[in-house]
Design a protein around this ligand. Structure first.
Ligand code: NZQ
Ligand code: ZN
Length: 384
């Protein structure tokens, strides 16, 4: 196992009716900016619950944060927050709203001219406005991690930042807020969380059996509860289990002391930037191809996954690896999520700019840093 430090200060407030707790979580003397997306929180009652809980608190609002949040939108919110002398940001929505609010929190305090530098040049974040969240879409883990992913349409970029200053002070997770999700978003969330686990697990063995088994338990839970939610979308326990599994998939716990490989996400982000494909759907297309391409490197772990998560019995490793790939694709397809480029009516050739973009940034992906733009193109070929 590698050396590590683990620190996660996010207070999780989980369960039915948890939004009420806002009144105790938010400092009454602060001026709060409530930020949300295209209006789902107004339709499903989340907005009303927040307003009710924050009675007596000075409140301003910013709406219209789009899926795959845009830099220009975030910068409008930065302006408003400065004008209104906001001292606490409250995000209500899915990963896009949470990510936008994390970036806004850092951008308000950014001493440089252009906060985009945080994303494009890794400019240092040394403070941020404190923020909290009310999560309505289990998927990204943004509610309990340091990451944010922001897009810039003008340049076709989608880039990530990470800073401990943007950990939410608290995140409220009420599984009942997820009943209103369209089936497509439920499926996307399960796939995204599943792939997050994989990016921290599907590498090589470092004798970290606890991290492996944590990861496998999240995967098995997502498979089981994923089937359940499709059959019985109004079951509270199922919704609750999915929500907690998605948070645990990317709050840093399963990543401690082990190698990681974020190749699938890095390629996926480029496909979203190019074609606007939902984040999770890019992952479902790319990951099986990454495994096929890297099967020699990831072989032992792929076979372990096939045996432990899918109960594959064969003693032959090559057969187990094939089963790992085919069972995963079948699971995604069963959630009506595409598993190859042709499902999105795309060819590898059309995706070449994705490989070129990564090439321009001189990336070396994979747990051994061996995946460059050339290998990315080979992976896209395999995802045909
Ligand atoms: O905008 P509103 O009206 O709220 O509608 C949203 C949006 O249209 C809707 N929605 C959310 N909760 C709902 C709901 N509709 C009905 N009922 C509810 N309860 O769902 C749509 C999609 O929302 P979005 O926030 O975009 O989805 P998701 O949570 O999947 O977030 C995706 C973004 O997160 C980034 C992705 O790249 C993408 O930009 N990621 C963030 C990560 C992180 N911070 O750690 C890691 C991930 O790998 C990912 O990259
Ligand atoms: Zn993701």
């Amino acid at each position: 196992m590698f050396n590590f430090q683990y620190y996660n200060p996010v207070r999780i407030v989980f369960g039915k009716g948890a939004i009420k707790e806002l009144s105790a979580l938010v400092d009454k003397s602060s001026k709060v900016l409530l930020l949300y997306g295209g209006g789902s929180i107004k339709k499903n009652g989340v907005y009303d619950q927040i307003i009710e809980a924050l009675q007596g608190v000075r409140l301003a609002e910013f709406s219209g944060i789009e899926p795959n949040p845009q830099y220009s939108t975030c910068m409008q919110a930065v302006e408003l927050a400065k004008q209104e002398r906001i001292d606490f940001l409250l995000a209500a929505g899915g990963g896009s709203v949470l990510d936008a609010v994390k970036f806004i929190a850092a951008a308000i305090k950014f001493p440089g001219k252009e906060p985009w530098d945080i994303l494009s040049k890794g400019a240092k974040v040394s403070s941020a406005v404190p923020l909290g969240s009310v999560l309505t879409l289990p998927a990204t883990g943004s509610e309990m991690n340091t990451n944010a992913v922001i897009s810039r349409q003008e340049t076709g970029q989608k880039l990530a930042m990470s800073s401990r200053y943007v950990y939410p002070v608290f995140s409220i997770l009420d599984p009942e807020t997820t009943y209103s999700l369209p089936e497509r978003q439920v499926a996307n969330g399960i796939v995204d969380a599943f792939v997050h686990v994989m990016e921290q697990y599907m590498t090589y063995d470092v004798n970290a059996p606890l991290q492996d088994r944590f990861a496998e338990s999240i995967l098995m839970t997502l498979v089981e509860q994923g089937h359940n939610v499709m059959k019985n979308p109004n079951d509270y326990e199922t919704r609750a289990n999915i929500m907690w599994a998605a948070t645990m998939a990317l709050n840093g716990l399963i990543a401690v002391g082990v190698p990681q490989d974020w190749t699938t996400h890095m390629i996926g982000h480029e496909l979203t930037a190019l074609f606007g494909i939902d984040h999770a759907r890019t992952l479902a297309i790319v990951m099986p191809a990454v495994w096929q391409h890297q099967r020699a490197v990831k072989g032992p772990k792929l076979a372990q996954y096939a045996r432990r998560v899918w109960g594959v019995q064969t003693k032959n490793d090559e057969q187990a690896i094939d089963a790992a790939i085919s069972k995963t694709k079948k699971f995604f397809a069963g959630l009506n999520v595409p598993v190859r480029l042709s499902d999105e009516k795309l060819t590898p050739e059309q995706c070449r700019p994705a490989a070129e973009q990564l090439g321009k940034r001189n990336v070396s992906l994979g747990e051994h840093g061996a995946i460059t733009a050339k290998e990315v193109m080979e992976i896209l070929e395999l995802a045909r």
